[in-house]
Each structure stands twice: as C-alpha cells, then as structure tokens.
Design a protein around this ligand. Structure first.
Ligand code: CTP
Length: 483
C-alpha cells in the first residue's frame, strides 16, 4: 500500500527545496534516498552524504543544482556510472538517475537501463536503504516505502527488497554490508538473507579487497566488534577474508592438557579493547595479536602446549595480511606489527618482580606505543577466574605506574643518544669505524640497565671508560674536559 506520510522535518535544510526546484525546471522528479533517510528515521544524527535519485539524468540534475547555488560548486561526473557529485558546505551530494539494473556475473559493474523510482528501490541493497522522500512541489517530504523498510527499521531487521540471493549475487559486497549494518545498528539479519549469504559466499571473490576492508573497518569500529566478526565467521566469509583467524579455532587436548580456543579468545580481546579505545589500528592489533599461534603450536611432554615465537611469526604474518587486504603498508603496519611483536612483553614483566631496567627496556622498545601496548595487554586478560583477573589487572597497574615513574626520571620514550657518533670520533680521533657503534651501543645499554642516568656528562665519562677498555686512546682535550 503506497505510503501517504510526509516527513518534511527530514528536509529542513534549504538545499532540498532547491534540488526539488531544479528538478522541476528540468521537468523531472527527484528523491532523497538511502542512508540519509534511514538515519533520519533512526535518529542517528544528520548524515553529511546525501543520495539523490532523479527520474531522468542525475548528471543533468547535478549541474542544474550547481547552477542555482550561489557558490557555483564544481560538479564531478562519473560518466561510467551515470552519477555526479558536488559539495555544498559540509554536505556531499550524489546524484544518480533512477535505474533498472542487471549485473554482469563476473563483475560488480551493472548494466544500466533507465527505470522508475520503484525499479531503483528494487535494485538497492536493503529495504531500510530503499526508503525515499520526494523533493517536488506538493509531494515534498512524502515517503515512498514500497518494501516495508520503515517496518523493518522498527523491528530491527536487515532484509533485501528482492529475493536475497538475487540481491547478493548482483553485488556480493552487500553480504558484508548486511553484516556491517547488523553490527552497527544492532539489527538482526533475516534468516533467508543469512542463508543466502552463506550460500553465495564464494561470490566475494569478485569484490576488490579495498571495498572489503572498508566494510571490515566499519565492523571493527562498532561498539562490540565480535557481533560482526561472529556473523562473518558463521556465514563462512571470515575464512575467505582472514583465514589466519579461523586457523586459531578449536581446542586440542593431549594427555589431559588443553589450550584455550584462541579464536574466541581473540574476539573477546577485540571487544575488551573496544571499550577502552576507538583507535582503529589498536583494534586491528587486538584482532591480530595471536595470529602467530596457529603455525607455532606444539605439544611438549614437559611444558604442555607452547606457542614459542608466536609474536615474531605473527608480526611477519601481519605484513602479508596487510599486503593481501590492501591495508596501508606504512606506519600503521609498523605500529600493528610492533604491538603484535611485543604483545607478551608486559605479561612477563607483570609476572615477575618489576625492575626499573626491565621497564626502561620496555619503554625503549615500545616508544610512543607504550600506553597502547598496555591497553592491549589489559584487554588480553580474558580469564573467567575472578581472582586471577584481579591479580593480572593489579600487576599491570603496577607496570603502568612504574612506566610513569621511570619515564619521568629517565626520558627513554624518544630515546636520543646523549653522545653522538661524531663526538665519539672526535674524543678518540677516530675515522668512521665499528668502534663507534660499539661505544654508542654500550652507552645505550648502560642507560637502559640503570648503570648511568640518561644525561650527557655521565654518558661522556662512560664513553671514555668504554673506549679505553676496548683499547682506544682518548685525545688529550677529551680527557682534560672530563677528568
Ligand atoms: N547501495 C546498494 N548497494 C551497495 C552500496 C550501496 O544498494 N553495495 C545503496 C543503498 O541504497 C545505500 C546507498 O546506495 O543506502 C548509499 O550507499 P552508501 O553511501 O555506501 O551507504 P549508506 O547507506 O549511505 O550508509 P553508510 O554511510 O553507513 O555506509
């Protein structure tokens, strides 16, 4: 039954009237559709990306709108897709002509024909994204909802306008989008849809890794990423995207000794860290912190289950995974690798008596990532034994306090050698040689061990001592100054 409800309050921004007028002058109709309308009904705050569908040429409508705006914005045209985009203040407006699409089986590129509003709504991903509001004259603000999207919003349901396998096969990225929306909005995916996703999962291969990771990021940025990750796992998609995680699944038992299921543990760690931080890359580090455990798992009669070197192996795997998923191969990669590599270090510290020199080494190695590393380690505590949990948290608190104390005194975090290589060369009248490296290293080690403070004068004295120990003779001026 066609809806006769009007929602002009969604269209208070004068831009909507202006688009309606421009469409009128072009002799066509225009509707705002998709995420903007969905988020209005969900009261999620006003979306800055606005999708407009025209019953005619979207490109011509975009140009007509630009011409009516005082700032005359530039219109970017994507002729291949029949779309056009312009910016107006902080809004980004996308225009598209209503389409009736059929998809080529081997790519996500649609074969496009002009269509009616309903044709266009039909070809969209979910009923909640197919809601449209009219922008013209008397019908300004009128809702068009041919597939019961509003009711689905109310009952928190992700459903496709067409038969699900058709919608997903048309554009397999939608399989991950369904899961992303379910995770973001705390909605359920309709059973038939979930089954269609499982059935069609292999179609994901025609989707570019960039698009997949865009959705993965959104899932990781939800309040409780395990919801989306669990759905990806249940539908078999996770195994296609990050098989390294699925390899962590399962518990083995030999001679009565069991290890934990590192897949479900990882999901818990990601949820834990998401309560502490919104940082996407720290969340990635939590997701990947144990991936080295599958290839390094061994059973030893004495030690039981071991995962020796999993941090190192894991950090190498992070590189391959970033490369494969087209994640950035820059400082973000290095940061995640560092956290994976160091993920067990504070635990060892917290189990023993915490010495200053161990903390100094930890700060030296972690640098700016030290606090994030501690956050990761705290999130890594998933024991269900309340006594143990309390003990670990208390130990980490002590480590954090010690870090603060040592850092205030010794400034290790951005360690700069207090004596430069050039100064060492001058002090011993040396040409560039390996001795310089030996002395520099010895100074650093002495500072980290707490033998000398991280200050210039003691470091210079130490340099002379060390140089003489390895058989060098100081230049006369150097000894004069330092005696
Ligand atoms: N759409 C679709 N299939 C896709 C991607 C998008 O049918 N694979 C349609 C949906 O109607 C969607 C609209 O295009 O609402 C806009 O897409 P997009 O901007 O990616 O998503 P939004 O719904 O706006 O939501 P978000 O900003 O949260 O991604």
């Amino acid at each position: 039954m066609p809806s006769e409800k009007f929602y002009t309050e969604a269209l208070e921004n004068p831009i909507f009237k202006l688009i309606g007028e421009a469409a009128g002058q072009e002799g066509i109709q225009a509707y705002v559709i998709g995420g903007y309308v969905r988020d209005f009904f969900l009261k999620r705050g006003q979306k800055k990306d606005i999708d407009v569908v025209a019953l005619g040429s979207g490109i011509r409508l975009a140009k007509a709108v630009a011409a009516k705006l005082p700032e005359k914005p530039k219109v970017t045209v994507f002729r291949n897709f029949g779309t056009a985009m312009l910016k107006h203040g902080d809004l980004q407006l996308e225009f598209v002509g209503a389409r009736k699409e059929s998809y080529n089986r081997d790519s996500r590129k649609p074969v496009v024909e002009d269509g009616s509003l309903e044709d266009d709504q039909n070809r969209r991903d979910f009923t909640i994204n197919a809601l449209a509001l009219s922008l013209q004259g008397d019908s300004f603000g009128k809702l068009s909802d041919p597939f019961g999207g509003l009711a689905d919003l109310e009952r928190k349901c992700i459903r496709t306008p067409l038969e699900p396998s058709k919608t997903y096969s048309d554009d397999p990225l939608r399989m991950i989008r369904a899961i992303r929306f379910a995770a973001q909005l705390q909605f359920e995916i309709e059973k038939a849809s979930l089954e269609a996703i499982s059935g069609q999962r292999n179609r994901l291969k025609i989707v570019s890794n960039e698009r997949i990771t865009e959705e993965l990021h959104k899932i990781l940025l939800t309040n409780q990423p395990s919801v989306g990750l669990e759905l990806l796992h249940r539908t078999g998609l996770l195994n296609l995207i990050i098989p390294e995680l699925i390899a962590l699944k399962g518990i083995e038992e030999i001679e009565g000794q069991r290890h934990k299921d590192n897949f479900w543990h990882t999901l818990e760690v990601v949820d834990n860290i998401s309560r502490a931080t919104d940082d996407l890359w720290l969340r990635w580090a939590a997701l990947l912190h144990d991936i080295g455990k599958a290839p390094t798992k061994r059973f030893d009669k004495k030690a039981g289950w071991t995962f020796h070197g999993h941090e190192y192996v894991g950090s190498k795997m992070v590189y391959k995974l970033f490369k494969r998923l087209k994640l950035p191969l820059n400082e973000k990669l290095k940061y995640v690798q560092k956290l994976v590599m160091m993920s067990s270090r504070p635990i060892v510290l917290a189990n023993d008596y915490v010495t200053d020199s161990a903390v100094r080494r930890l700060i030296f190695d972690a640098g700016e990532a030290i606090e994030d590393l501690m956050t990761l380690c705290e999130a890594d505590i998933t024991t269900k034994n309340p006594k143990k949990q309390k003990k670990y948290l208390r130990n980490f608190k002590l480590v954090r306090e010690k870090i603060k104390e040592v850092e205030q005194r010794d400034h290790i975090r951005n360690f700069q050698p207090p004596v430069s290589g050039e100064e060492i060369m001058k002090a011993f009248k040396l040409k560039p040689s390996r001795e310089i490296g030996i002395i520099k290293d010895a100074i650093k080690e002495a500072i980290l061990d707490g033998e000398i403070p991280n200050e210039r004068e003691p470091a210079l004295r130490f340099m002379l001592k060390k140089g003489m120990e390895i058989g060098l003779t100081p230049a006369a001026e150097a000894t004069k100054e330092k005696k």
